[in-house]
Write a protein that binds this ligand. Sequence first.
Ligand SMILES: Nc1ncnc2c1ncn2[C@@H]1O[C@H](COP(=O)(O)OP(=O)(O)OP(=O)(O)O)[C@@H](O)[C@H]1O
Ligand SMILES: [Mg+2]
Length: 427
Amino acid sequence: MGNDPIPTPSIEDLQDDPMTDETTSIFRRRELLRPQHVPQKDRIVGRDREIETVETLLKPAAFGNPPESGFLFGKTGTGKSLVAKHVTGRARGIAQMQGTTLTAAYVDCDQYNTETRAARKMAFEVRNVIDPDRYIPKEGVGTSRYYDALWGGDGLLHKSDSLIVILDEIDKLGDDTDEILSKLSRSEEAGKTGCYISVIAISNKTDYSDAPDERVASSFQDDPIIFPPYDANQLQAILERRIDAFRDGVLEDGVIELTAALAARDHGDARRALDILRSAGKLAEKDDRKRVTEEHVREADEYSDLNRSVQIIKNGTPHSRYALYALAYLTKTRSTDSFSTGELYDVYCIVAEIATGESLTHQRILDLMKKWTLPEITESRHTGGGKSEGSYRIHRLLHDPDIVMSACVNSSETQRDVLNKLSESVS
Ligand SMILES: Nc1ncnc2c1ncn2[C@@H]1O[C@H](COP(=O)(O)OP(=O)(O)OP(=O)(O)O)[C@@H](O)[C@H]1O
Ligand SMILES: [Mg+2]
């Protein structure tokens, strides 16, 4: 105790501490606005049909019967993760009432983005529920060791009637997607453990079109369950059901309506709506104001616009990100702000080689760069001499190059390697 580096003051010393006055915050239950928060049923708006469909898939497991698998698909912030967790949680509760064991594992494939990482996460989640004392190595073993821990001879799943695996953002598994899906379905077919397995796969990967990822979709028997964007009224209802996050009377009239309208502008994205409201609250607090005004909402919206762009970039395919990185690098280091595909291609090749050991053709990079114009990450146009000289396309970045560069390259290690190499080789 004596060597605690963080000393706690005595109660007397804390008497006059301004931090003891909890009522100074305009928030009452700030956690209701956190993106990870899974709200209760009475706070969920406009997803009855989707909830019912997922219920139909999972309900059998609550009664000891085989559940079905499904693929949830829709744009960002449309409630996919929420519905999957909500229904799985309820099914697990009902299973408990029924005296059957239903184990749930949630894997965020954005974080666990290879087959080994996802399998390890799955094994640990299941272990923590079924047999917390069981030893599973964290590293130094292959993927099969984790599958073995689940459904091998002495596998954990021998002790469960069913397993529901939520593979969220499954598109992030890339080439490993098929592998993990087929392992999960085969293990059940082989009846190795007698445990039924249901996979709820989730993706928002639209590649700027509205079609679900064919590869994932084709692994499931039924059509994907499509989550449409919300309209402004639904967003408003979602926000209204969370206003107890604030103290009474803190939100000025019109704040909820404006937040909903701003979040509905692009596509009705509930995460964005909650984000804006939370940041508006934080801005109001920083201003030392007791009320959240429309002004705070507008300011918060500008921040969230930037966040949205970062999210879009992170969702891009690897080589499209490397090409965008090249554009950001040139924008940052040169005095001009528009660059031809040829100029950025050279830089792209260096980045791509470091990150993956290979690079795509000039033509492919031109195609990939065009895709950044639609979500307004870049702007591009034809330029150059008359017909005889041939025209060419130039690209211009619409955001801060530093922010774009860190969104384009995943790890800070790669980031550093790339920058070192670029400063050596690009004059
Ligand atoms: N119908 C709804 N009612 C209430 N809150 C909602 C609803 N839909 C989404 N939300 C809230 O909005 C936020 C985003 O929802 P969610 O995480 O489920 O989106 P998503 O479809 O999984 O998006 P992404 O594809 O980006 O992961 C969460 O905080 C969630 O609680
Ligand atoms: Mg999600």
